[in-house]
Design a protein around this ligand. Sequence first.
Ligand SMILES: [Zn+2]
Length: 150
Amino acid sequence: MSFRSFMDQALDAATAAAARGEVPVGAVIVDPAGQVVAVAGNRTREICDPTGHAEILAIRAACAAAGSERLVGYDLYVTLEPCAMCAAAIAAARIGRLYYGASDPKSGGVAQGARVFSHPQSHHCPEIYDGIAAAEAEAMLKAFFAQRRG
Ligand SMILES: [Zn+2]
């Protein structure tokens, strides 16, 4: 039950997303007891929904399982830096810790861009750990986009 193993599950979800033709991003949510309660990959194309990011889908599933709109004390692992939309959802859900892999200079909203959690309007700031298995997540994204251009 190492912390690395949860990011491995997120990477598996990202791989599965790529196989569906989606941008390879995967997310895992772990409850305060250390149990995985949600695993999701991007499904924006499949469900025709621009909000169908891995983090949003995982948060929806975890909240449904918890019967609550808040996930206090839960951890979220995601292979790519969350965008502003997902960061806002993470704040709204009161997620305790955010672990992410690759940074996202184009759409990231945590360490760059909107920097949602540093914004005075942010309701909540999780503990943030970046760069977890970043090389694998980045390689997967690069391969995916190289293939689409090819
Ligand atoms: Zn997002």
